[in-house]
Design a protein around this ligand. Structure first.
Ligand SMILES: Cc1cc2nc3c(=O)[nH]c(=O)nc-3n(C[C@H](O)[C@H](O)[C@H](O)COP(=O)(O)OP(=O)(O)OC[C@H]3O[C@@H](n4cnc5c(N)ncnc54)[C@H](O)[C@@H]3O)c2cc1C
Length: 376
């Protein structure tokens, strides 16, 4: 039971969304319980969500996480788009008017560890290897069954149950939330390469191979993440230095799905549990962090029932935009890819295009947080 609100809060999931939710509640004096099926944060060698946008930095300022992120992350000062090796378009992120660079890069495992560090200052430690195996009862009075590492089962009846338990969310499935949407045909492939020396980490590059795309962005001072729609993309990489090792690789199909409502009774969903989409635009983790911050604020105000209405428009905006970006980069038709190569260089001379790209990349295309004075 939380002394301030008189409510007990159970958060399922300690990825970026669950960690930020716990942190944002804790800094307002609330005491949630945070459980996770995983044994710990994302492994440090799995870079996963690399992009941290300016909106996230604004949101995480009060908890002290932003200062820690800024001490480790890399500013991405340029986005470059090329086709068959020829540079077509450059977007200069220094043109962004805002307190923070529109996007920084930091491996997800590092980001989560910084959140856990700040959370421990409030005396909250995630209970790892503790799974919500099912949720029963009325959504107004949910009953969660926890299974601990040693197989012990525990029944919990929180006043508020928050599912931040990722794309395959048990909370979402067992509480009757629909998750409509579809998958796209293209597969995406990833590989992180570490070099024997420091490399230029200031920019992100996307090279259209027509068909297919091969992009790269920095993971840290000597490591680049490559992302492609082509299975044998690694044979096409032009490495900037001698390779020390291939640290991590992954492949995935992309789905675009979101719940129709982010709450039912006293059960709430946030992050990937509520929405999944492609990594184009680096919005996944950032959108989940934003959900978490809004929900924590509303809970502290006793207004959690407003959460779904306030957040759904932002979720729809981001999914629509991410889908458009994904369609644009995965074009296969030779006529359309040819048009794209002709059209992109014209945008170098359109300041409003740069401003719009930076507005979206920085996360300023969703409503600003009302609890932070002057936030945009
Ligand atoms: C390869 C890859 C690259 C990506 N790149 C980017 C990027 O560049 N930028 C970006 O913004 N996003 C990116 N993403 C997406 C990003 O990783 C996710 O959006 C983000 O991790 C979602 O955070 P989350 O906390 O909502 O869920 P998750 O990170 O999935 O965390 C879920 C948590 O719930 C726990 N859990 C699961 N089931 C249960 C249960 N039954 N009971 C209790 N706990 C449970 C898990 O142990 C975990 O702690 C990428 C994802 C992948 C896979």
């Amino acid at each position: 039971m939380d002394e301030r609100t008189g409510k007990s809060i159970l958060i399922a999931g300690a990825g970026p969304t669950g960690l930020v939710l716990a942190l944002e509640l804790a800094r307002r004096g609330l005491r949630p319980r945070l459980v996770a099926k995983a044994g710990g944060p994302t492994p440090v060698n799995e870079s996963r969500a690399l992009g941290i946008n300016a909106r996230t930095l604004t949101l995480l300022e009060s908890s002290g996480v932003s200062a820690l992120i800024l001490s480790k992350a890399r500013r991405l000062t340029k986005f470059r788009i090329s086709s068959a090796g020829k540079l077509l378009l450059t977007v200069d992120t220094e043109k962004f008017r805002g307190r923070y660079c529109p996007i920084h890069a930091l491996p997800q495992g590092d980001t989560e560890r910084l959140m856990i560090q700040r959370l421990s200052a409030f005396g909250i430690v995630p209970e790892w290897l503790t799974e919500v195996s099912t949720v029963s009862g009325d959504v107004r009075k949910p009953v969660a069954t926890l299974v601990h590492q040693d197989g012990r089962r525990e029944t919990v009846q929180p006043d508020l149950l928050i599912g931040a338990d990722g794309a395959h969310s048990t909370v979402r499935k067992t509480c009757g939330f629909a998750f409509p949407g579809d998958a796209i045909e293209s597969r995406f492939f990833l590989a992180d390469y570490r070099y024997t020396q420091a490399i230029d980490t200031s920019f992100l590059e996307m090279n259209f191979l027509n068909p297919g795309v091969l992009g790269h962005l920095p993971v840290n001072e000597d490591t680049l993440r490559y992302i492609s729609t082509i299975e044998d993309f690694e044979t096409r990489i032009e490495h900037p230095a001698t390779v020390r090792e291939r640290i991590w690789s992954s492949e995935f199909h992309i789905s675009f799905r979101h719940v129709e409502t982010m709450s039912r009774g006293n059960v709430f969903l946030a992050g990937d549990a509520a929405h999944v989409h492609s990594p184009a635009g680096a919005r996944g983790m950032n959108l989940g962090i934003e959900d978490a911050c809004w929900l924590a604020w509303l809970v502290s105000e006793g207004r959690e029932q407003d959460y779904s209405n306030l957040r759904m428009p932002a979720v729809k905006t981001v999914l629509k935009d991410t889908r458009r970006n994904t369609t644009f980069i995965t074009l296969k038709n030779p006529f359309l890819t040819g048009l794209r190569s002709l059209f992109l260089p014209q945008l170098n001379h359109v300041p409003s295009f740069t401003a719009e790209v930076l507005r979206k990349v920085s996360g300023r295309d969703t409503p600003p947080p009302p609890w932070i004075p002057g936030a945009d």
